[in-house]
Design a protein around this ligand. Structure first.
Ligand SMILES: Nc1ncnc2c1ncn2[C@@H]1O[C@H](COP(=O)(O)OP(=O)(O)OP(=O)(O)O)[C@@H](O)[C@H]1O
Length: 227
């Protein structure tokens, strides 16, 4: 088998609330391989967002190791982690978080320029991605001029703009009506499979989770495989 894109080893994370200590992640082990789509299905408060933030190098664990393409990240400094995150990891959130004053195209161009690509190449790739997501004619529109489903598709284009190896999504369709959610989710899965991405997607929607290659949950701070 090829090497894991994401590997979490013995990850622990707790928060403090006054004198109390909340052990959210106790001993999380998880590996995701290229082209694999994995659903993270767990009750509210179980620690899904915490796990995604640690996997995405947005937050540090209290113990254990996060490996991206086999590279351990816990001893990297913040600059190294940010640089790895920008090149290897894409994020989609429940709310699109697009920059309101920029067009759809510019929202997809910006992360590429931040990652060092020239404007012309970035615009070419952004246009191509938007067309692939059937948003070619909406490229010059600002987020407020797009429907919820279109906004979320632009957010997906932005997440994959730098051709990441790992796609992380936190309830990416949680804010959409069921039909739009189904459509956006199908788009996300097609894109992930087409690009050979490893994807970890937190969702409450069991129908959507069923469409993914594997399902895992969090129980008492540990990852368990679901049938
Ligand atoms: N910075 C923080 N400080 C203290 N407690 C926190 C912090 N972040 C999260 N928590 C707590 O940790 C627990 C797990 O939170 P997390 O957001 O990871 O859960 P979740 O499974 O994503 O939930 P949801 O499905 O509702 O988004 C919750 O009880 C939350 O209140």
């Amino acid at each position: 088998m090829s090497e894991a894109v994401l590997e979490l080893r013995n990850i622990a994370r707790h928060y403090r609330e006054g004198d109390a200590r909340l052990d959210i992640l106790v001993d999380v082990d998880l590996a995701i391989y290229p082209g694999e789509t994995v659903a993270l299905v767990a009750p509210s408060g179980a620690g899904k967002s915490t796990l995604l933030h640690i996997a995405g190098l947005l937050e540090r664990a209290d113990g254990g190791e996060t490996l991206i393409n086999s590279a351990p990240t816990s001893k990297m400094n913040d600059r190294e982690r940010t640089s790895l995150r920008r090149s290897a990891i894409g994020f989609v959130y429940q709310f699109h978080h697009l920059l309101p004053e920029f067009s759809a195209l510019e929202n997809v161009v910006l992360p590429q320029m931040i990652n060092g690509l020239g404007r012309k190449d970035a615009e070419g790739r952004a246009q191509q991605l938007l067309e692939y997501l059937r948003l070619g004619t909406r490229a010059s529109h600002r987020p407020s001029e797009l429907s919820g489903g279109e906004q979320q598709r632009v957010a997906i284009a932005r997440a994959v703009a730098n051709a990441p190896h790992l796609l992380l999504a936190d309830e990416p369709t949680g804010n959409l009506d069921p039909r739009t959610a189904e459509h956006v989710f199908a788009t996300l899965l097609t894109l992930a499979r087409h690009s050979g991405l490893a994807a970890l997607i937190a969702t409450h929607n069991l129908d959507l989770a069923e469409q993914m290659d594997r399902r895992v949950t969090l129980r008492d701070g540990r990852v368990e495989e679901l049938p």
